[in-house]
Design a protein around this ligand. Structure first.
Ligand code: AMP
Ligand code: ZN
Length: 471
């Protein structure tokens, strides 16, 4: 089946053909590790996890390399370290902040059903590669040293008569527009307002490394060069897919592309550039000041990770998404139904309709429509049931048994399952001795806890009671 993906650079869906069919290569910009990730950060993680799973399905699990970096050098990290560990030397405090945050990030995205990428490079381990790239750029006339900074010159890139792409092509802006729009108070060490930092001096006490040649004092890298270096090291000079959120198109990805293409004198960095749309919460931009800033961690207290995953995939990845409690409630209901029907089904192959929907630029909304169709067929025949289950497994769902799923939902809603079971046993005993006043009282007590009872009979005609959480 032909996979087609929307390429931000070409501004159209393009057939996807890996440069090397034996090794499909994808790079996605990862988190800056200084605080809990919010639900907006979960969007690229889930979207590109679905793409990773699809590529593994199409090309074989051993033929896909997925790199997602960890940015562990940043002012926000330094500020957090100084605030949280004032007694420690800054470098030690930074290590604490980044290690703890990285661990939290992994716990959160594991709970969302995301596979770990093949490699998760940390920026500070690639300083040598960054320096090499910077020196290549200076030697090629694309960058210059000024006041212990190294700056990249987009004007120099666009003046070069070669295979290079045009600076501004990804963001679809012209350099003239950017010059006109640049702020007037341009840093004195910049030749042009549009020049951006590849390397800069470190402030006293901040982490610093030996600088590229031409600078005697130690310094630290700019943000954009980190990704060019890590992508180069793990995926080579050119690779297949580069992804991230739409906010990264400019300047981050425009600058990554400029750096990599100029360093290697090539016409492209990634074959396809993909960007997920933004997430907002209950109709508003998510922000701390609006009080609607939600971390993945907080949501996981109330909802199983698969509910968050399904809720994210209901919207096409390029559209904006409005994150609501109502949406999560609907997703939870859908998953209850899917678990009940398919959690114990084994074997089978994923449905072609699901793969086809994904191959159309990850049309997850269409995919979910297909899943609803499969669900209805599954309720009628065992073959359909295994196909339905295999499709859900491929997408990162049904990672638990029905019992685990129920238990997780109970935990999330703060319900003590043992206590519920013991109350139900008391009620069954009361009914057996025809003490209906007591059995009704217990049912009301459970209802007040948000538990709905369902009475029935087992195969031998004995009364049974099952329960679920009222939503
Ligand atoms: P950051 O840590 O802000 O660099 O973000 C990490 C990733 O999350 C990047 O790919 C961002 O584009 C993405 N991201 C951040 N906020 C949102 C949001 N509200 N909606 C969707 N993606 C986001
Ligand atoms: Zn990046």
């Amino acid at each position: 089946m032909q996979l087609r993906l929307y390429d931000t650079l070409a501004r159209e869906k393009r057939p996807f053909t890996p440069l090397d069919p034996e090794n499909v290569r994808m790079y996605v910009c990862g988190p800056t590790v200084y605080d809990f990730a919010h639900i907006g950060n979960a969007r690229p993680v889930i979207v590109f996890d679905v793409l990773f799973r699809l590529l593994r399905h199409l090309y074989g699990a051993d033929h896909v390399t997925y790199v997602r970096n960890i940015t562990d050098v940043d002012d926000k990290i330094n500020d957090r370290a100084a605030r949280d560990f004032p007694g420690l030397p800054l470098n030690q405090a930074i290590r604490k902040v980044t290690e703890v945050t990285e661990k939290q990030f992994h716990e959160d995205v594991d709970a969302l059903g995301c596979l770990r990428p093949t490699v998760e490079p940390r920026a500070t381990e690639y300083i040598v590669e960054m320096r090499t790239l910077i020196e290549k750029l200076v030697a090629g006339g694309f960058a210059y040293v000024a006041e212990d900074h190294v700056l990249f010159s987009p004007q120099a890139m666009n003046a070069a008569n070669s295979v290079l792409p045009r600076y501004g092509a990804l963001a679809n802006r012209s350099l003239d527009e950017m010059i006109a729009g640049a702020r007037v108070d341009v840093a004195p060490y910049k030749r042009d307002a549009t020049d951006f930092v590849l390397w800069k001096p470190a402030k006293p006490g901040e982490p610093s490394w030996p600088s590229p040649s031409g600078i005697k004092t130690e310094g630290r890298p700019g943000w954009h060069i980190e990704c060019s270096a890590m992508a180069w090291k793990h995926l080579g000079e050119q690779f297949d897919i580069h992804g991230g959120g739409i906010d990264l198109v400019f300047p981050h990805h425009e600058n990554e592309l400029a750096q990599s293409c100029c360093a290697f004198h090539s016409g492209r960095m990634a074959n396809i550039w993909m960007h997920n749309g933004f997430l907002q919460v209950e109709g508003d931009k998510m922000s701390k000041s609006l009080g609607n800033f939600v971390t993945i961690r907080e949501l996981l207290k109330d909802w199983p990770g698969e509910v968050l995953r399904l809720n994210m995939l209901k919207t096409h990845y390029r559209s904006p998404i409005d994150w609501t409690v109502k949406g999560m409630e609907e997703s939870a209901k859908t998953l209850d139904d899917w678990y009940a029907l398919a959690a114990d089904a084994n074997g089978g192959e994923p449905s072609q309709a699901v793969i086809e929907a994904l191959c159309d630029d990850l049309n997850t909304a269409q995919m979910i429509t297909s899943l609803h169709g499969l669900r209805n067929a599954a309720s009628e025949g065992e073959l359909n049931r295994t196909e339905f289950a295999a499709s859900l497994h491929l997408l990162g769902f049904l990672s638990e048994t029905v019992a685990e799923w129920k238990q997780r939902k109970q935990q999330a809603s703060g319900i003590d399952a043992k206590r519920v079971d013991s109350l139900i046993a008391d009620r069954t005993a009361a009914r057996a001795r025809k003490d209906f006043k007591e059995s009704d009282r217990i049912r009301d007590e459970l209802a007040a806890m948000g538990i709905v009872l369902k009475d029935g009979k087992d195969a031998d005609g004995n009364p049974t009671t099952t329960w679920e959480i009222a939503r």
